[in-house]
Design a protein around this ligand. Structure first.
Ligand code: AMP
Length: 283
């Protein structure tokens, strides 16, 4: 596996592959890799001749009081795991390399509407930071496909919308959430959980599953949301939201909408956990 930090080196490498007609996949990450990330890389390996993984803790998507400085960085261990899976290139740009004129004056990519609700409401600017960095990474690597996790469901929709609106020539693949044995969605930020908090954390997914069951049983959306929120609080989490939305665009579901998703965010100690559960009412 080649490790590249400089943008010109990256461009040289990927344009060489393109000239050979090789199909390239990109898996963007912020590192501290776990089985969820590795599933994306494995899938990329199956779908493309060359696999690029980026590890970049993107300051533009962190709020001023968020954990940019503390975000877990485990580059050498990550690189070993990626090499073992057969990734071809690990791209590890620096903050200066990505934002040479600083972050404040950098061109931004905004997906309006979708970026302002749910997680976007409590993390202003977050999805602008995500869309901007993903757009840059797609332009740098020019992959045929890029893979993302459904764990970050709103992020996946923001990226799909950006790719569609800006006519970026890449196929976006969304992959199912990889979970611990007790249901907790894997996340780099789970390392923030103290043992007692870790024991409570699976309550988030359990509340989502129950909400999904109630929806399938015909319960009204407002009741499902209120009950789910109360269950999170009763389970020792500090819920930010538990919301039932249309899966296609995260709009409020109407009676005719059958493809839904229940999304939730909750604080638990230092960690902010997010998760979601898809519900298809026609099944
Ligand atoms: P991150 O490093 O947290 O920015 O995540 C990089 C990519 O991995 C994103 O596309 C995430 O949605 C995806 N991802 C994170 N956690 C999981 C998980 N538990 N299962 C599947 N994909 C995940």
């Amino acid at each position: 596996m080649i490790r590249v930090a400089d943008i010109p080196d990256l461009r040289r490498q990927v344009s060489g592959w393109r000239a050979q007609g090789l199909r390239t996949a990109l898996v963007p990450t912020m590192g501290n890799l776990h089985a969820g990330h590795l599933a994306l890389v494995r899938s990329a390996r199956e779908l493309a001749g060359r696999v690029v993984v980026s590890i970049f803790v993107n300051p533009l998507q962190f709020g001023p009081s968020e954990d940019f400085a503390a975000y877990p960085r485990t580059l050498e261990r990550d690189a070993e795991q990626l090499a073992a899976l057969g990734a071809d290139l690990l791209f590890v740009p620096t903050v200066d390399g990505m934002y040479p004129r600083g972050q404040a004056d950098h061109t931004r990519v905004e997906v309006p509407g979708l970026s302002d609700i749910l997680c976007g409401a409590s993390r202003p600017g977050h999805f602008v930071g995500v869309a901007t960095v993903v757009c840059k990474l797609l332009n740098l690597v020019q992959p045929d496909l890029a893979l993302f996790g459904e764990k970050d469901f709103q992020q996946l929709l923001v990226i799909r919308r950006m790719v569609e609106d800006l006519c970026l020539p890449v196929a976006i693949h969304g992959l199912p959430t990889v979970r611990e044995a007790d249901g907790l969605a894997m996340s780099s930020r789970n390392v923030y959980l103290q043992p007692a908090e870790r024991a409570l954390a699976p309550g988030l997914y359990r509340a989502l599953l129950r909400a999904a069951e109630r929806l399938s049983g015909g319960a009204a959306v407002v009741e499902v949301e209120a009950q789910g929120y109360a269950e999170l609080a009763a389970g020792g989490l500090e819920p930010e939201y538990l919301s039932v939305r249309r899966a296609c665009d995260l709009g409020p579901p109407g009676a005719e909408d059958l493809d839904l998703v229940v999304l939730a965010a909750a604080r638990l100690g230092r960690a902010r956990l997010i998760d979601n559960c898809r519900v298809r009412l026609d099944d």
